[in-house]
Every structure is written in structure tokens, then in C-alpha cells.
Design a protein around this ligand. Structure first.
Ligand code: TMP
Length: 227
């Protein structure tokens, strides 16, 4: 296995069930002897968490929202993600740049060109190695959020959770557009599958990509490639 860290991202509309799978993947990576950093956006740093609190609670222009989220992302990249990857740690991140395309461009209607410019500066070329997109119908996601909130005794929704079905439908569509543009980087999952099945798929995808034993050709057929 290479010593370079990998950057794995989980995406999907609110209520898609990412959290359980993030915990399962992190636990499994640790059993494989991989040092991991589990983090989230917006957030993951003190200033990022302060920006998160602002963005989730204060009404603001959609462009302001994008600028703030990108500022949090830049801080996160510079102080958490890049140093971890450079040290050989694997970063498992709950949301990244695709969320800005999906929510701010798809959901809020920010001009794609604005996003492109800001995203280029923010990421400075950093791309996830793999993105799991948890895809499910918006009505199902809304039901799940309601069930989760009832179970938690959680009554106050944040600015995003209060959005309409039409908003989430636009977010979902934008995510699917991004995933279709780069099928190698995205693993689109049917988030309606049972939790255990989703865990199996997530772990198998990572295992196959980075932990599968290297197959070597017999010496008589030439020198094997290490990939
Ligand atoms: P979370 O509930 O998954 O932690 O995310 C908080 C909210 O922030 C979620 O509703 C989606 C939103 N969000 C954006 O609108 N744009 C972004 O770039 C990110 C990372 C999150």
C-alpha cells in the first residue's frame, strides 16, 4: 500500500444517511492499520465551525453563503486536509466542494461561473480520490429527517433543513450532474438500500481500489506491473 494519504468524501442531500457510513468506513480503515482523520464541511476547524454556525442560522445572500463556505473550506484544506494527506493519513470528509455546486449553484441558483472561479481558488487543484454520493428521492429524505428529529427530540431545523422539496430536488439533480461528469471519482449509491448493504458496498469499493492484493503474472510471462 502506498504511504500517500487518500481523500474520501461523502455527499448527499440532508437525510441521505451518510453519518453511519462515515463511522463504519473510519472504523474499518483503522482495522486496516490506516491513520484516519474524520472531518466535515462546513467546519473541521475552529473558524470553519464558527462559519458553519453562521451559515446554518443567519439569512444571507446566496453569494455570501458561497463565499463563507469557501472561506471555511480554504482554512480546512490549509490547516487540516493537506497536512493530514502529506503525513500519509486518510481523510474522510462529510461533504466537500460538490456540496457547494449542489446547494449553492443547484439549490440557490448562484451562477455556475461564480462557483467555478471561487472553487478553483479554494481547492487549488485538490480533488477527492473518491466521492460516495448517497442518492435518494427527496420525499424519502424528508421522511427520514422527520423520523430522526422525532427520535432525537430535535425541534429546530437549520436554514437548509427548512428548505422545500423543490430545493432538495434541485440539489439532488446537481449532485447527479457532477457525478455523471466523472464516473471514476464518484460512486453513486442508492441510499434506500439497507444500512448494512450500504456499508458492504462502501467497504468493498475502498478495499477493491486500494487494498486488493496485487496480482502478479508468472515470471515466464514477463515482469508484473505494480500499478
Ligand atoms: P450537514 O448537515 O451535512 O452537516 O451540512 C450542513 C448543511 O450545509 C447541509 O444542509 C448542506 C450545507 N452545505 C452547503 O450548502 N454547501 C456546502 O458547500 C456544504 C459543505 C454544506
Amino acid at each position: 500500500m502506498s504511504t500517500r494519504g487518500r481523500f474520501l468524501v461523502f455527499e448527499g442531500i440532508d437525510g441521505a444517511g451518510k453519518s453511519t457510513q462515515i463511522a463504519a468506513l473510519t472504523a474499518w480503515l483503522q482495522t486496516q492499520g490506516v491513520a484516519t482523520v474524520t472531518t466535515r464541511e462546513p467546519g473541521g476547524t475552529p473558524v470553519g465551525e464558527a462559519i458553519r454556525a453562521l451559515v446554518l442560522t443567519h439569512e444571507m445572500h446566496a453569494e455570501t453563503e458561497l463565499l463563507l463556505i469557501c472561506a471555511a473550506r480554504r482554512e480546512h484544506l490549509l490547516t487540516v486536509i493537506e497536512p493530514a494527506l502529506a503525513a500519509g493519513r486518510w481523510v474522510v470528509c462529510d461533504r466537500f466542494a460538490d456540496a457547494s455546486f449542489a446547494y449553492q449553484v443547484g439549490g440557490r441558483g448562484v451562477a455556475p461561473e461564480r462557483f467555478r472561479q471561487l472553487d478553483e481558488w479554494t481547492r487549488a487543484g485538490r480533488q477527492p480520490d473518491l466521492v460516495f454520493l448517497f442518492d435518494l428521492p427527496v420525499a424519502t429524505a424528508a421522511q427520514r429527517r422527520a423520523q430522526r428529529d422525532a427520535a432525537d427530540g430535535h425541534t429546530e431545523c437549520d436554514r437548509f433543513e427548512r428548505e422545500s422539496e423543490a430545493f432538495f430536488a434541485a440539489v439532488r439533480a446537481a449532485y447527479r450532474v457532477r457525478a455523471a461528469q466523472d464516473p471514476q471519482r464518484y460512486c453513486v449509491l442508492d441510499a434506500q438500500l439497507p444500512t448494512e448493504r450500504l456499508t458492504e458496498i462502501v467497504l468493498a469499493t475502498v478495499a477493491q481500489r486500494w487494498f486488493a492484493p496485487k496480482t502478479r503474472q508468472p515470471p515466464s510471462q514477463g515482469v508484473a506491473h505494480d500499478g
